[in-house]
Design a protein around this ligand. Structure first.
Ligand SMILES: *Cc1c(COP(=O)(O)O)cnc(C)c1O
Length: 428
């Protein structure tokens, strides 16, 4: 029986057998016991599949990863300790010292730093491109040693909507996969694999957990990319791994080559595993994702429309709004809704913004986004507070920009909070 996405949220990855726990069990164990030395040896050689040490694999983590893979329409997934670790592993699994990768530039600041600072130190060159560039312009960024293209479905914090099909076409025409960070839409609002993405990543810290409890990440493999057809670009997958007696991932694991290498080589060596207890919280959050996201989509659109009636509004970016520059792409890639994050600016400078934020009673000031609590961040006063207004403008950040993330509170209460805070701010 084919199951719809809501049913997968509740059930995928774990089906209890007779007499077993209805909820997924937490296997809070570092290691696993075997009856013979040979049986365990075969696991170390990847000759048999099974658990031996939680740094590589754990049953609770695998159940939750399988649930997310089912939601994204992929063949397998791997949980990581954070979204940062997910993007690091997703790229580094196929991109080594001396290699080159391409990323769009409107991406989460943490990912930007990962690529611009730490990848540079690892000897991986990264070219940042404008996601609105033409296919010809994007093609010009490729080099013989380019190994992948990276982007975000809905960028954080600019809420730009990625033309996934365009990026996938360009990547594939150069024989490399497209990796998409799908954190903000979640698979409820968009499944990038359906539009040609090969690998999908998430910071599960955001809507997937959804309650602000647990930092985590995931990588999902579509199984669609043909590594063997471009074998010269991907020696890590298509030539022997001497740390496993010369095993070749594509030969031994076929479509599972990429995710198996990520697990058995990168996780073995770098160890950024998610704690099983955290995986359990994530699995619990996923069980209501399909109920939470439509509510957030609807509430955020209503609140974005409310801001359009505020006299002090300078501008607002929310792709669900009809006049928004991203609306055409949103209708194609996010037809059910655009999640809860919006960027907006009120006239009156830092002082008005600060008076407004300080007067908010329900919406809290936080660096977090995308969970059940509404929250707000003003980069000029927080993350970028060392910069002058002129420096902010040079960095491409409007000094008045605020990032607002709509949670699960009642929409009317959120609007009332904004309204009363504006009244307070107006009094000076
Ligand atoms: C938060 C975030 C990350 C980083 O995830 P952590 O779980 O904080 O490590 C990566 N990508 C996007 C789009 C994010 O919003």
């Amino acid at each position: 029986m084919k199951k719809s996405i809501g049913t997968l949220c509740v059930h995928a990855g774990y089906t209890p057998k007779n007499g077993e726990s209805r909820q997924m069990p937490i296997v809070q164990s570092t290691t696993f016991k075997y009856n013979s030395s040979d049986a365990m040896g075969r696991l170390f050689d990847l000759e048999d599949s099974g658990y031996f040490y939680t740094r590589l694999q754990n049953p609770t983590n695998d159940m939750v990863a399988a649930r997310i893979a089912a939601l994204e329409g992929g063949i397998a997934g791997m949980l990581t300790s954070s979204g940062q670790a997910a993007n690091f592993f997703a790229c580094h699994n196929i991109c080594d010292a001396g290699d080159h990768m391409i990323t769009t530039s409107a991406i989460y600041g943490g990912t930007y730093n990962l690529f611009s600072t730490s990848f540079a130190k690892l000897g991986i060159e990264v070219t940042f491109v404008d996601q609105d560039a033409s296919e010809e312009e994007l093609s010009a960024a490729f080099r013989p040693n380019t190994k992948l293209v990276f982007s975000e479905t809905l960028s954080n914090p600019g809420v730009k909507v990625l033309d996934i099909e365009k990026l996938a076409r360009v990547a594939h025409s150069h024989g490399v996969p497209l990796i998409v960070d799908n954190t903000f839409p979640t698979p409820i609002n968009c499944r990038p694999i359906e539009f040609g993405a090969d690998i999908v990543t998430h910071s599960t810290t955001k809507y997937m957990d959804g309650h602000g409890t647990t930092v985590g990440g995931v990588i999902v493999d579509s199984g669609n990319f043909d590594w063997e057809a471009n074998a010269e670009k991907f020696p890590g997958l298509c030539t022997p791994d001497e740390s496993y007696h010369g095993l070749i991932y594509t030969k031994k694991f076929g479509k599972m080559a990429y995710i198996t290498k990520a697990t058995s080589q990168l996780m073995r060596d770098f160890g950024a595993i998610q704690a099983p207890q955290n995986a359990f919280y994530l699995g619990l959050g996923l069980q209501t994702l399909h109920v939470r996201m439509p509510y957030i989509n609807k509430s955020a659109l209503e609140i974005a429309k409310f801001f359009q009636t505020v006299p002090e509004l300078k501008w607002i970016h929310y792709p669900g709004l009809e006049g928004d520059a991203e609306h055409q792409h949103a209708m194609k890639y996010l037809p059910d809704g655009c999640s809860g994050v919006m960027a907006l600016a009120l006239s009156g400078g830092r002082e008005f913004a600060n008076r407004f934020m300080d007067a908010l009673q329900l919406i809290t000031i936080e660096t977090h986004v995308a969970d059940c609590h509404s929250c707000i961040l003003h980069p000029a006063s927080h993350t970028h507070r060392q910069l002058s207004d002129q420096q902010l403008i040079e960095a491409g950040v409007d000094p008045d920009l605020m990032r607002l993330s709509i949670g699960l509170e009642d929409t009317a209460d959120i609007i009332a909070d904004i309204q009363q805070a504006l009244d307070v701010a107006r009094k000076g």
